[in-house]
Design a protein around this ligand. Structure first.
Ligand code: SF4
Ligand code: SF4
Length: 117
């Protein structure tokens, strides 16, 4: 389901647009912040998910008083170039600010369906 809140992780990406969604990953909310790469990186759970959901009990990092914290700013896909990572970080921050403003359900409708509002 495109507007599934489990496709709205703490970090600001939208799982529905991720090329790895499917057999490799069911979506961050369905795996509780433990996608395949956590095993490769030898961490139990994504540090953003762990901090936001498990420690601070927040729905997403955009609601955090310390946003964007150093952990958030340093989180990147190692497969990306520096420029790609910079753009992805900017997009995640902008997405989270908008999500804070309009709420997750409306944000999901926008990113899943192209709706503007
Ligand atoms: S970076 Fe962390 S919070 Fe974001 S989708 Fe991946 S596992 Fe989930
Ligand atoms: S912004 Fe940083 S400190 Fe705040 S919830 Fe996210 S990871 Fe934790």
């Amino acid at each position: 389901m495109a507007n599934d809140p489990k496709y709205a992780p703490v970090c600001g990406i939208y799982c529905g647009s991720c090329e790895l969604l499917g057999p490799q990953c069911r979506g961050c909310g369905y795996v509780e912040g433990k996608p395949f790469w956590t095993a490769q990186m030898e961490v139990k759970v994504c540090p953003l998910h762990d901090c936001c959901r498990n420690s601070r009990r927040l729905e997403h990092c955009g609601l955090c008083a310390d946003f964007p914290c150093p952990v958030f700013l340093e989180m990147r896909d190692p497969a990306m170039s520096d420029e790609e990572a910079r753009k992805a970080l900017e997009a995640r921050q902008a997405g989270l600010r908008r999500r804070k403003r309009i709420g997750t359900q409306r944000w999901l409708a926008e990113v899943a369906g192209g709706e503007k509002g």
